[in-house]
Ligand binder design. Sequence first.
Ligand code: PEP
Length: 249
Amino acid sequence: MKQSVKLIVGNWKMNGAAGGLEQARLLAEALKDQPTANQVVLCPPATLLERIGSAVAGSPIQIGAQDCRAEPSGAFTGCVSAELASEAGAAFVILGHSERRAGFSESDELVAAKARAALAAGLTPIICVGETLEQRDAGQAADIVERQVRASVPDQARTAAFAVSYEPVWAIGTGRTPTLDQIAEIHAVVRRVLAERFGSAGETAPILYGGSVNPKNAADILHVEGVGGALVGGASLKADDFLAIIRAA
Ligand code: PEP
């Protein structure tokens, strides 16, 4: 299914200290001058949520967090709950990013618990899935992604807004991307599982692609059958590059 309004999400990761506010302001001004039909979300580090939110106020840009804790509050030093992220201005939250799955040993079950917390706090979770290079080379990409979608997207998603982002681990920050056919194939797997589990909600939830999207490859990727948007890391840090991706959709 072709989705005409694309969801374009910038994941700043642990960046944005120097010049982040200015880049957000530039992006907001450009989108105010020349609006887009697409939905645009910036996910800065938690410490910048409020300031970036203020910097883009009055523009169509929405704000998202990069993670949240599954618990609503408590003795979890260094963590941010979904409620705290929401209070700081987030409307979205990225969950299960491969950097968290690998670096913080996050399981599908934990990602699902975080997604439940996000939904309870009124956030739209963007749940990331994707195979490693070893898994792709072993011909397991579709099976791995299917398993992750089944276990990481909670049942509660049936009645709430959510998105899934297909992010092959080997394509993140590497400059390498799958072929357009490979992207289409995995998106079809994600759509099949979502539709099977959630009916019409699963047929319409956006399925993004993430992994080395840049101004040059964005148009091709965003026009692949089934691709409902992009999760963009490196290229979201510069307003000009991110804007070019938004305009390519
Ligand atoms: C990401 O962090 O989700 C990502 C896709 O990064 P990059 O665009 O830099 O590959």
